[in-house]
Design a protein around this ligand. Structure first.
Ligand SMILES: [Zn+2]
Length: 112
């Protein structure tokens, strides 16, 4: 078995060496494993109170959230299970019961 690290883009385990580079056959990403600075890869997501969030966490809203393009409002205190952390302005990807998939800002939620 190969002990090469998985692709940082798609997590594919089929990365292979090409000179000093590692190459992912699935998404085409090439990277240098020795240049991967931990500081760059270690983004930390925090809720409104500074608690560190991880994939799969359950959180609750700390304010009412209006849904874009509708008159619906997700009420403060709504529980959201199994969040996924993503990069971006809205940094939480999740599914809210009764509302469907959406993206939230970590500053408007707290860890349950
Ligand atoms: Zn990949």
């Amino acid at each position: 078995m190969s002990s090469l690290p998985p692709c940082p883009h798609c997590q594919s385990e089929y990365s292979y060496e090409d000179g000093a580079q590692l190459v992912c056959p699935e998404c085409g990403h090439e990277w240098n494993p020795n240049a991967a600075a931990p500081s760059e890869a270690q983004r930390v997501w925090k809720d409104a109170h500074g608690n560190v969030l991880v994939d799969g966490d359950t959180v609750t809203l700390i304010k009412d959230l209006k849904i874009k393009g509708s008159s619906s409002v997700i009420k403060v205190g709504t529980k959201v299970k199994n969040i996924r952390l993503i990069d971006g302005d809205h940094d939480i990807d999740c599914k809210v019961d009764g509302f469907g998939s959406m993206q939230l800002k970590s500053e408007f939620i707290k860890k349950a």
